[in-house]
Every structure is written in C-alpha cells, then in structure tokens.
Design a protein around this ligand. Structure first.
Ligand SMILES: Nc1ncnc2c1ncn2[C@@H]1O[C@H](COP(=O)(O)OP(=O)(O)OP(=O)(O)O)[C@@H](O)[C@H]1O
Ligand SMILES: [Mg+2]
Length: 399
C-alpha cells in the first residue's frame, strides 16, 4: 500500500484562467491527493458545483494584476470553502489585499505542483480550525442523514435508535431532526410529546441562534434533543431550504451529531440537507423494488455531485429469508453493504410502546447492531479506514 492510499483527497474546484493555469490544473487533476470536482473558465458557469459540490477548496486563477475583488466576491456568494488565488504576475500589495479579503493563499506561477497541493491542504486544514473556533462552544457537529427512496424501509426506526444510541451510549450531544415534514413520526417512536416543532421554529420572528434552537427542542429521558416534524402536513411547505440551511448550520454549532430522518423524496429541504450531510446512511432491504429505487437514488446523488465516500449502505432486516442474499444487494448496487441490521420482533413492540429498541431491549441483536453503527460514527478516520476491510456488524443468524 502506498503512503497516499489512506490520504483523504481534497475536493477541489478550479476556476478562472491565467498563463500556465491549464497545465497546473491538469497536473492537479491527476494528483493522488486531489479530487478535481470540476472546472470552469469563469465563476458564473461553475455556480452549480461551487454551491452544491461539497468543495473543500477553490483554486481561482486571475489575469488581473491587481486584487480581483469582484471575482472573489462572486465565488464567495456560492461557497464558504477556502479560496486560493493563482496569478502569473502580481502587483505589490496583492498578497496583503487578498489575505485581508479572506483568501487563504496567493500563488504566483510557475509553481511545482507539490507546492500547490501543500498550499491547498494547508488552507483546508486552517479552514476547519477556523470553522470550529467560530462555532458556539467550538463544536462542528456531524450531520448524519438517514434516507431511502422507498417508504417503510425502516428510516425512522434507524434514525431514532441511532440518535438514542449516540446520546445514551456514546455520550454525545445529539439532535434528532425529523425532516419527514408531512408525516413525520419520530416523536411518537420516541414516546415524547413535544410542545413545539420545526414549524414553530421557522415561523418564529428574529435570527436563529443556538439558544433559540434549544428553546424549540424537546428532551428525551436519554439526553437526546428532538426537533419534530410539523403537526399538520400543510405546514411542511413553510420549512424552506433557506430556513433549513440556517437551522443545520446553527445545530452544528451546538450539537456533536445531528441525525436527520427523512421522507422518501429528493425535495428542496432534502437537497439543502444533502449539501451539508457528512454521512448519508442509505437504507436498503432485501427486495427488488427497493433495490431498483436505490440504484436510481445513487444515480441522482451522482448527478448532484454528492461524494460517494460519504454514502454508507445499511441493509435493514438483513436476516429475512426472502430468497435474496446480502451479496446480491452489493452486486446490484455496485457498493459494499457497510452495516447489517437484523429483523427483530422487538422492534415493532418497542415502536408501539414509544420506547427505542436500543433502550427497551439493550442486548437484542438489532440493538447491538445499531449501537455498533453509533460507535463507528465516532471512530477516528484511520481506525475507520482499517475497519472498512471487514463487515463491521457480524452476520446475524436469527430469522
Ligand atoms: N429491523 C427491523 N426489525 C423489525 N421490524 C422493523 C425493523 N425495521 C423497521 N421495522 C418495522 O417496519 C415499520 C416501518 O419502519 P419505519 O417507520 O422506520 O419506516 P420508514 O422508512 O420510516 O417509513 P416511512 O417511509 O413511511 O417514513 C415499523 O413499524 C417497524 O416496526
Ligand atoms: Mg419514517
């Protein structure tokens, strides 16, 4: 294994032009530490990817010899990712002006490609530090979205139990956000009776901040905070993408992890959530229609430039005897199943009692599987890379 095999590849977008930039861009595109998400000669043509491409850095080349404020502002209107400015010649004061304008670095060409990669890595690292030092309490919570393009696959069971496991067994400050905006039932599954929902939060006047968010969440006995779906389906449309985007940013500042339950659709709020999702748990079951829809969902995610490395396939009811094996799922999806969660009668019993199965039947196989998923979410990247080589949840034999 080479030294770079385990290195995270920086998701980079290249824009603009200057002398020598084409050559540099090509070298970066084939560099093992860089994932070139796209490029465009002007900022406007790259708007879609700049806004939604989960970028970690933007490399912008300019022909201007003075500081190109308009070009940088145009990039900033789409993304908060660190920007590195490249030019073939620069005036005195360019560096100072650029750094004052929140540009991470200025590189005058020609440069060795290794030096440029080093500068890009440095900018993404200080970008992360900056983000966490700005967040209230220094947090930068992880957003874990539970999705499946098919109804009834177990999204709410998984989201509620995973969030409970994070709060109770991993001791993490956890928020469960119910984004099944029309018919969400996360609160019922947890047995909480909320006074307020996400609807009350988005229609409340004034700026949203951590304190305000805390005033709208309901606490479960295990320590988990819950922000339920609106009580009436017609109120769902008031949860706009912009409001949700802000909500997720604020939630990140005050929680270690935000588990998002969803409906089986790629609607606006779901797209806004995907833009901020660190880990997407795609739920699947051993049936052909679900697999067909999951393949389509994977294609849609690809079109949205959602990074594949953030997708984890979860096979629910993995031990069901229905004439299909987990490895056939892997074959059909072209992806490894990362977690298997068995079917267990304890689940519907717990659902009907409004008590998460990870608490009601702590040592049941299904609970152990979900608790392992929660633990896995907080593993250091190196440990995670090592564990990828094997199936994390042992095969369960119960029918
Ligand atoms: N591992 C499991 N073992 C046994 N029953 C399960 C399991 N997972 C889910 N179920 C059952 O399947 C039913 C549907 O689950 P759930 O409500 O979580 O699905 P969903 O994907 O959220 O559905 P919707 O798309 O309607 O929101 C639940 O009543 C639950 O009891
Ligand atoms: Mg559901």
């Amino acid at each position: 294994m080479s030294a770079t095999d385990n290195t995270h590849r920086v998701r980079l977008y290249a824009t603009g032009s200057c002398e020598g930039f084409d050559k540099l861009r090509d070298s970066l595109a084939s560099h093992p530490e860089v994932e070139m998400v796209g490029s465009s000669t002007d900022v406007a043509s790259g708007a879609g990817t700049l806004a939604g491409g989960h970028l970690e850095a933007v490399l912008h080349a300019t022909r201007s010899t003075s500081f190109p404020a308009d070009e940088i502002n145009a990039i900033r209107s789409h993304t908060r990712a660190p920007i590195l400015l490249v030019a073939s010649s620069g005036s005195a004061g360019l560096l100072e002006q650029a750094l004052d304008a929140d540009v991470s670095d200025v590189l005058l060409l020609p440069q060795l490609v290794e030096n440029v990669v080093f500068a890009i890595r440095k900018s993404t690292h200080s970008g992360r530090r900056h983000a966490s030092s700005n967040g209230g309490g220094g947090r930068h919570g992880k957003i874990v979205t539970v999705f499946s393009p098919k109804g009834g696959t177990g999204k709410t069971v998984m989201a509620t139990n995973l969030a409970t496991a994070c709060a109770k067994f991993e001791g993490r400050k956890t928020l469960l956000l119910d984004l099944d905006l029309q018919f969400g039932d996360a609160a019922i599954m947890l047995g909480v009776e909320p006074e307020k929902t996400i609807y009350d939060l988005v229609v409340a006047p004034g700026e949203l901040d951590s304190e305000k968010l805390a005033g709208y969440t309901t606490k479960h006995a295990c320590g988990l905070s819950v922000l339920p779906a609106p009580l009436r389906p017609e109120d769902a449309e008031l949860v706009t993408e912009a409001k949700l985007g802000r909500l997720l940013e604020v939630a990140r500042e005050s929680f270690d992890v935000i588990v998002v339950d969803t409906s089986p659709f790629f609607h606006g709020p779901m797209l806004a959530t995907l833009d901020r999702t660190d880990e997407l748990l795609l739920l699947c079951s051993l049936d052909v229609p679900t697999l067909k829809n999951l393949r389509l969902a994977l294609q849609t995610l690809d079109l949205l430039s959602f990074p594949k490395s953030r997708v984890k396939i979860v096979l629910n009811r993995s031990n069901s005897k229905v004439g299909m094996k987990p490895n056939e799922v892997e074959g059909a999806l072209g992806m490894k199943v990362r977690f298997e969660v068995p079917s267990d009668r304890a689940v519907p019993l717990a659902v009907n009692r409004g008590n998460p199965v990870v608490i009601a039947e702590e040592s049941a196989d299904v609970s152990r599987a979900i608790k392992s998923m929660a633990k896995e979410m907080f593993r250091a990247p190196k440990e995670e890379a090592a564990s990828k080589k094997r199936r994390i949840i042992p095969a369960f034999s119960k029918a």
